[in-house]
Structures are given as C-alpha cells and as structure tokens.
Design a protein around this ligand. Structure first.
Ligand SMILES: [Zn+2]
Length: 329
C-alpha cells in the first residue's frame, strides 16, 4: 500500500507539487474522522446524578421513576410494592408525583403483578374518562333542558303578546266599527232632517190601501192606474214636496189634481169629491190636497191614482213605484 502511494503514477500528466497547507485552511486538530455525529459536541452522554439522590432503576418496564399515577394506581402500586418506601400517603393526590423506591429496595414484581398494575391504571383512566364524559353529557342535557324551558317560556310570552295584540286590534276594530256605525246613524238622521226640511220624504196619498182594481187591461181597455176604495170625504195627501200642475174638473176623471214632485214624477188623483189646492201652488209631503169622491166616470167612491214618472202622459203601474218608495205595506 505504502509503495503504491510512494511511487508516482506515470499516468499523472504534471509532476507532483510538494504539498503545503492552504493559507485559508487551518490544520485539522483531529487526526481521525469523527466516529459519531455527536462526537464533536461537548455533551455528556448521561446526565450526572443529582447530589444526594440515588439513581433509581426502573421498577416496571416502561414505567419511569417520575411517572405520574392516579391515586388508586399509586395505592395499588404501593400495595404491590410490598414494603417499598413511598412518601406519606396523605401527600398523594391525583397527579401526585410518586417517587419510586430507591434501587436499594428494588422490587421484583411478578409478571402477574405488573399486569395487574397496568390493568388497574387502564381501568382508572377509563373510569376517569367515562366520568368526564358522563359529566359532559349531563351538562349538555341540563343545558338542553334549560334551553327547552326557555324556548317554552319564550313561546308562551310570544303567544301572550300576540293574543294581547289581537285583542287590542279586535277592540280597535270594534271601536272603529262602532264609530263608523254611529257616524252612519248620525248621517242618516241628518239626511232625514235635511229631507224633512227640504220636503224630499215620501208619504202615502191615502191612509189605508184598499185596492179594488189594478193597473192593466180592464173592461176592454187599458186601466192606467190603481183604484183604491174609500168613503167619500177621505183625505188625500201630497206624496212629497211639489207643485200643483192641474186642479179642476175633467171629463171622465171628474175632479182631478195633478202634482209634479221634486224628482219629476207627476201623480194624478181623480174622481175627487173636493179639491183643496190650486194650480201653481206648492205643496209639502202629507199636505191635504183634496178628498175621495165619485165624480166623473166612476161607479162608487174611490181614488183613481196614476203615476207618470217623467211627466207627460205615460202612466206606469203605480204598485211597484209605490213599493220602491216604501209607501206600501
Ligand atoms: Zn181607476
């Protein structure tokens, strides 16, 4: 080997230059390459034992001396250790740090005991987890119950509020309706007063309706009005406010009174025994204008009543007209 290195190879094209240290490269202090990645670090491979503390050996594989154990597990550990020295039991609590027994009192736990300890720890952890889950579930249940109660109360309050609003609305509507009705009543009364003052109301021409012949075809010709039987001298009234058009004797009609009312309707009263008004005279509703008689073409004391809605000589059936005016019945 050394010979191979000492003899220059003929393949090298340039003569070997005597080696000298590179000015920027310091000589390496370690002659041999490091055997470990950590060899260059000044780090103790093991921590030095604390003064006054005896280094402990693991009692159970996987269980270090400073492992945190729950109380029950600690107690079990103490029992299983059978004679191991542990801190005062009163100082133990959940999460207490249990100092394992010193190496001098190392315990020789059987596999069964180790299994028991591990099982106990697992059971304890499971119990704690279960308890926490139960508590959480209980809290959630309580919250849900409270939420339901609050929702119920809220719904009740809302219903109450809505009912009150509906009641108020109903009352307001009733009040408005009552007000409207009162207004309508007042308006009607006012209209009645005004109509009475203006004479626009309608009254019967005769006190008692005793219709003996209707409107239509009679005795071979058209009967243009109603015949109302009444004794001679029975008063006849103007049906509304109007003006007397004619008042006098006419062939076949006998004594006749024509009145034009405020709405344009003209009424004819015929066969009168007496006439109380003159042409051009203004009359008011219910004013006496004459009396029932048997003058003209008449066979018996009666009122012959004709209605001409548009004036002129165009009579209509008086019956429906009287009904519309509310003068029948
Ligand atoms: Zn007649």
């Amino acid at each position: 080997m050394g010979d191979l290195l000492a003899v220059p190879s003929p393949a090298v094209p340039f003569p070997a230059v005597p080696s000298r240290p590179h000015p920027e490269v310091r000589p390496v202090s370690h002659p041999a390459p490091p055997t470990s990645r950590y060899a260059g670090r000044h780090r103790a491979s093991r921590r030095a034992p604390l003064p006054g503390r005896v280094p402990s050996a693991p009692l159970v594989p996987g269980l270090r001396a400073s492992s945190r154990l729950p109380r029950a597990t600690a107690a079990a550990f103490v029992l299983a250790a059978a004679g191991a020295t542990v801190g005062p039991s009163g100082a133990l609590g959940p999460g207490s740090e249990v100092q394992a027994a010193p190496a001098s009192t190392a315990l020789d736990l059987s596999a069964e005991q180790q299994f028991a300890v591990r099982s106990e720890a697992a059971a304890e952890a499971a119990a704690l987890t279960d308890l926490a889950q139960r508590r959480q579930a209980s809290a959630m249940q309580t919250a849900a119950l409270q939420g339901r109660v609050e929702a119920k109360q809220r719904a009740a309050r809302d219903a109450k509020r809505k009912a009150a609003a509906a009641r108020a609305k109903k009352e307001a509507a009733a009040k408005a309706a009552a007000k409207k009705a009162a207004a309508a009543k007042a308006a009607a009364a006012k209209a009645r007063v005004k109509a009475a003052r203006e004479g626009k109301r309608w009254v019967r021409p005769i006190a008692r309706w005793n219709i003996t012949s209707g409107y239509g075809w009679r005795w071979g010709k058209t009967h243009d009005g109603l015949d109302v039987g009444a004794s001679t001298g029975t008063p006849l009234y103007a049906m509304s406010r109007g003006t007397v058009l004619k008042a006098g004797y006419f062939p076949s009609f006998g004594n006749k009174v024509e009145i034009r009312y405020w709405d344009g309707t003209v009424s004819w009263y015929a066969h009168l025994s007496r006439i109380s008004v003159s042409p051009g005279e203004r009359v008011m509703p219910g004013e006496v204008v004459g009396a029932v008689g048997n003058t003209g073409n008449s066979f018996g004391s009666h009122l012959h009543l004709e209605i001409h809605p548009t004036g002129g000589d165009n009579p209509v059936n008086p019956y429906p007209w009287l009904k519309r005016k509310g003068l029948l019945g």
